[in-house]
Design a protein around this ligand. Sequence first.
Ligand code: TMP
Length: 234
Amino acid sequence: MEKREQIYEGKAKKVYATDDKKCYVVSYKDDATAFNGEKKGTIVGKGVVNNRMSNIMCQMLANHGIETHFIKELNERETVVKAVEIVPLEVIVRNVAAGSFSKRFGVEEGTVLQNPTIEFCLKNDALQDPMINDYQILALGIATREELDVMTEMTFKINTLLKEYFAQIGVKLIDFKIELGRYEGRIILADEISPDTCRFWDAETNKKLDKDRFRRDLGGVEEVYQEMLARITK
Ligand code: TMP
């Protein structure tokens, strides 16, 4: 398989075409942004951690019946993935109140929610990823009812599997964001699962082990990315 031209550059990843039209290569960068690109920086080694960790998580989920875009890790930063058509929605699940949920509803960070919640945001940087509900998604033809039902069920199943997995390595899964894509008529997971896209708190101390350390200038950013990878690969 041969890497060809770059077809997309996001804030944290680049995507390349390959000589096989069913495959892309994803390349993870150390670039970090927050607050819709307003805050910019570098987290040294982040691309390596996010690539490795996402691939390990995709393999774990695949073992439990969740189809993902993962095909093969090429090197530290690059992975061959299925060439999906991304559904332009960010799907957010929350187990514990934090971040924008705490702010919007005036709920203290760390409050355990009585059930996990799901939110959809439209993936559109110019509009700052506005929240969007089922009816609005259907009205705009972004996904069908059937697709939304599949996405919702898959996302909650992913939450259950991730929560159990992280609990075993002493980490609370507070919330996370995923993106899904269409591939051969099926909806599959097509995103990273990493400290960029999840909130992880140490189960004993509640120490933040994720990108909130960068967003909130808490220090020790590189260290917690390495720590998450170390816990997973131990
Ligand atoms: P929020 O509390 O800022 O809405 O974030 C919820 C979760 O989604 C958190 O784990 C971080 C993740 N997230 C992304 O991966 N990308 C984004 O653009 C945003 C806003 C959040």
